[in-house]
Design a protein around this ligand. Structure first.
Ligand code: HEC
Ligand code: HEC
Length: 290
């Protein structure tokens, strides 16, 4: 114990008695609250060391007296999620689409599952969020080939369009280029569709012959005003939304030899709950009809 402890005049504090080259060290101990907190931390750490898994041995480790393992906790959570998920799936499979929509919690589960199913199965063709691209219809707008009610969408998705399912939705626009219409008539009907329905002014073009050809050959499916025909999956022509690209050449190509898009029958691939979920998801994208 150094004996030359003295009071420092400037700070008013005692020195420790240590001195180097005339410099005296002030005695400023740690605050008590800090010190006790520090001791408490050591005590807690030692207790955790004993209670919880801590020391690694060569082939194993100290498991702790509580027997806790984060793996066990995660597996228990996982099992709980699994059973919740199985419950929800069973409910979705058993309930009608309309009833699922009346149950907000179940609907939310279904929409989440539907979004994931859509991303995995439908997005490659219909694009993210179902915005579509030429040949693959936009599913988020209110223009529909076969209908936008829940039941319409369910039929389309379950059985597909021109698919291998015996109950597939089916219609075939005729191949007018195969001797049904002459090349000149195809140009004329394309003029009529381009000007009157797609709405592109072409001064000097006479659309009267095309109008007659349309009424005779096309109106049965596409409607006399080009409003489309859902019984045939015939797109509305009097619209700014088109299944294929908006160009006169595309109209000529489609009339000459229609492409007849194919949509797979998902009923053969998705379980009932997953299928219903994706139908609800598509219906929720913005174009769903009541
Ligand atoms: C291989 C490409 C492809 C995949 C994958 C695909 N579709 Fe389609 N889908 C199409 C095509 C092509 C059409 C339009 C067919 C036509 O020309 O009439 C279509 C049409 C539809 C329609 C009808 C739209 C309307 O306007 O009536 C719905 C609904 C639909 N698809 C939903 C889905 C859902 C849901 C999935 C995923 C489970 C999916 N599609 C996956 C190609 C695909
Ligand atoms: C039997 C019914 C049917 C008849 C008749 C028919 N179409 Fe179609 N049309 C369809 C269907 C179905 C589609 C879309 C399917 C596909 O090809 O993928 C379509 C698509 C089209 C498209 C593409 C529309 C778009 O949104 O991109 C044009 C243009 C068209 N038809 C014009 C005509 C014209 C012109 C005629 C008469 C010369 C005609 N169609 C006769 C059923 C028909």
């Amino acid at each position: 114990m150094p004996t030359d402890i003295e009071k420092d005049e400037i700070s008013g504090q005692y020195t420790t008695g240590h001195e180097w080259d005339g410099l005296h060290e002030l005695n400023t101990p740690l605050p008590k609250w800090w010190l006790y907190t520090f001791y408490l931390c050591i005590a807690v750490a030692m207790a955790m060391f004993v209670l919880l898994p801590s020391i690694p041995w060569v082939h194993s480790y100290w498991h702790g007296t509580l027997g806790y393992s984060s793996r066990k906790v995660a597996m228990a959570e996982y099992a709980k999620m699994e059973s919740l998920h199985a419950d929800a799936s069973r409910k979705i499979a058993a309930m009608s689409l309309a009833d699922i929509r009346k149950d907000p919690a179940l609907l939310e589960t279904a929409l989440t599952a539907g979004r994931i199913t859509f991303a995995n199965n439908c997005q490659p063709c219909h694009g993210a969020g179902g915005q579509g691209r030429p040949g693959f219809p936009n599913l988020a707008d209110d223009v529909w080939l076969w209908g936008g009610k829940l039941s319409d969408i369910q039929t389309t998705v379950t059985h597909g369009i021109r698919s291998s399912d015996p109950d597939t939705r089916y219609s075939a626009m005729p191949t007018f280029g195969d001797d049904i219409l002459t090349a000149q008539q195809i140009q004329q009907v394309a003029d009529f569709v381009w000007v009157n329905f797609y709405g592109h002014a072409e001064p000097g073009v006479d659309t009267a012959p095309g109008a007659k050809i349309f009424a005779d050959n096309c109106a049965a499916c596409h409607g006399d005003k080009g409003q489309g025909g859902r019984d045939f999956g015939a797109p509305p022509l009097a619209s700014h939304v088109h299944l294929y690209s908006e160009s006169r050449d595309t109209i000529v190509a489609q009339v000459t030899k229609p492409r007849l898009g194919v949509m797979p029958n998902w009923g053969a691939k998705l379980d009932p709950a997953t299928l219903k979920s994706v139908v609800l998801y598509v219906h929720s994208l913005g174009g769903g009809e009541e």
